[in-house]
Design a protein around this ligand. Structure first.
Ligand SMILES: [Zn+2]
Length: 121
């Protein structure tokens, strides 16, 4: 957890900015190819070999973590502030969603592509 992914072939460490780019490519490719398995394949900029960017199951841990902290914060604020405006609850939730996207690159793993395995994540 809280480690940026490395290339499974040559061990090149990907910088935060590069991982963001890979995540954006994942989304773009998903729309383009409609093939979830292919969309997550990338070529290493260093050794030119292919790898998969996987966000499961670590990404799910992050989702649950953020969700629990978010709900916890909201309940805490509701309990100490009796006249809390609901707008603030949305602002707080929005901030936690933003936090999720900031932290997501630390929860991505790069794996070698196993042709015999069917991936769906
Ligand atoms: Zn590499």
């Amino acid at each position: 957890m809280f480690k940026l992914p490395v290339c499974p072939h040559c061990g090149t460490v990907y910088r935060y900015k590069d991982v963001r780019k890979i995540l954006e490519e994942n989304i773009k490719n998903s729309y383009k190819t409609m093939d979830h398995n292919k969309a997550h394949n990338h070529t290493c900029y260093h050794c030119q070999k292919k790898f998969r960017a996987q966000s499961f199951p670590q990404g799910l841990v992050l989702v649950l973590l953020i969700f629990v902290i978010n709900v916890g914060t909201l309940l805490f604020m509701l309990s100490i502030m009796t006249e809390l405006q609901f707008g603030w609850l949305f602002v707080i939730t929005f901030l936690y969603i933003a936090l999720f996207f900031v932290l997501l690159p630390f929860f991505i793993k790069f794996k070698k592509i196993d042709k015999n395995k069917n991936y769906y994540y």
